[in-house]
Structure formats: structure tokens, C-alpha cells
Design a binder for this molecule. Structure first.
Ligand SMILES: *[C@@H]1O[C@H](CO)[C@@H](O)[C@H](O)[C@H]1NC(C)=O
Ligand SMILES: *[C@@H]1O[C@H](CO)[C@@H](O)[C@H](O)[C@H]1NC(C)=O
Length: 200
């Protein structure tokens, strides 16, 4: 004998299933919270409210020559000096980031890190640096940039922002850079930076 279709009992079955799914979810959530080594957090409770997209514009000054260089060679391979692209050379920097294109214009940040010649057949560097903000509400916050720069290119290059600290926690984004001026005698270089960053 076939069971009779009863709309009331199938409704009850659906309701029971929904309750069961909620119960399972609740048990899983509670289990997640009860672990001693990690738990799920509510972002606003950590001060993370609405995600913003910010743009910053500045000039980066690589000063190689003169009595106070902010860019110094710290390592190289025995073959580096013979390489057309200075392959293997590592340069440590504490470069000024200013509002205008002149080194004497307002200092807003410093770029601290290194760049390494990573191209055998072309001038390409691995750049790894922190932009340490020094003014306004961003004072003390940092943005971490790691990417590839085709140093001698006259075009606009791009590098990723891989993270940040302070007001830039959970930062992600990119920088676009263009060489503003390069003194081929001294090696001093000024690069224009446009920074696009998502942060809270
Ligand atoms: C930035 O922070 C440092 C360290 O807290 C402080 O000494 C400095 O005066 C601050 N600079 C500005 C411009 O607020
Ligand atoms: C380039 O650098 C050389 C050597 O430091 C300096 O004498 C010259 O004035 C610089 N040129 C420009 C245009 O800044």
C-alpha cells in the first residue's frame, strides 16, 4: 500500500530539517570558539569597520652620491661588477619620500628596505621595502611593498602592496612608479609613486 501524500507532515519534515541544520552549525561554531589555540573574531570588535580605498602620491629619492647617501651597496657576487645589469648586487636603502619632486620638499615618509639586481639579461630588481609614514594620523603606520621593478624603463611600472601595520592593517593594493629624474653621472634617482591601497 502506497503512503498517502500528506502536506502537513512534509511541512513538518522540512521544518525539522532546517532546525537540524541550525543545530549542526551552532555546534560547529561553538566548537570553533572553544579551541584554546584559535577562535573566530568579529571584525568590528577589533576596530575593523568599513574597508576604504586610499590614494597617496609622493616622490622617492635614491641618493647614491655625496657625503650622505641613503642608498648603499651591501653585497655583491664576484661576477656582479662584470655583469651588464649588476646582477647579484644588493642595495640597502633609507630613502626619503617627499611631497614634491625636490628632495628639499616636505618629508612625509621614508622607504626602508633593499633592492637586489635580479635580472641577468635585463635591468630588473627585486624590491622589498616598507614605507614608514611620519606625518599626520598615519604617523607610525607602515605599508610593505614587494615586487619587480624594471629600473631603467621609461614606462610606468607596478609593484604589489603585500601588507601593512597600524592604520594599514590588512592592507592590499599596488603602487605605480615612473622615473621622474635620473642623473646618469651620479646615479641619483627620483621616482614618482602613486599608491592605491585597500585598508580599514
Ligand atoms: C610621529 O611619531 C613619533 C613617535 O611616536 C613622534 O616622535 C613624532 O613627533 C611624530 N611626528 C609627527 C609629525 O607627528
Ligand atoms: C648629476 O650628478 C653630478 C655628480 O654628482 C652633478 O655634478 C650634477 O650637477 C648632477 N646633475 C643634475 C642635473 O642634477
Amino acid at each position: 500500500m502506497a503512503a498517502e501524500y500528506n502536506p502537513k507532515s512534509s511541512l513538518l519534515l522540512i521544518s525539522l530539517s532546517i532546525v537540524l541544520i541550525f543545530c549542526i552549525n551552532y555546534i560547529l561554531a561553538v566548537d570553533g570558539k572553544s579551541q584554546t589555540f584559535g577562535k573566530v573574531l568579529n571584525p568590528p570588535k577589533l576596530g575593523l569597520k568599513k574597508q576604504k580605498l586610499s590614494h597617496f602620491h609622493m616622490y622617492w629619492h635614491d641618493v647614491v652620491a655625496g657625503p650622505q647617501p641613503t642608498s648603499v651597496i651591501v653585497a655583491k657576487a664576484p661576477t656582479t661588477s662584470k655583469s651588464n645589469n649588476y646582477f647579484g648586487g644588493i642595495v640597502m636603502i633609507d630613502d626619503a619620500l617627499t611631497e614634491g619632486p625636490e628632495l628639499s620638499s616636505k618629508l612625509i615618509r621614508r622607504a626602508q628596505g633593499f633592492y637586489a639586481s635580479a635580472g641577468i639579461h635585463e635591468a630588473a630588481t627585486l624590491v622589498n621595502m616598507n614605507f614608514a609614514f611620519m606625518v599626520g594620523k598615519y604617523n607610525g603606520s607602515t605599508l610593505s611593498i614587494m615586487g619587480r621593478d624594471k629600473t631603467l624603463s621609461p614606462e610606468v611600472r607596478e609593484m604589489p602592496i603585500v601588507g601593512g601595520s597600524g592604520l594599514f592593517r590588512f592592507a592590499r593594493g599596488y603602487v605605480q612608479l615612473r622615473t621622474h629624474h635620473m642623473n646618469l653621472t651620479s646615479g641619483d634617482t627620483t621616482i614618482e609613486y602613486n599608491i592605491y591601497v585597500f585598508h580599514y
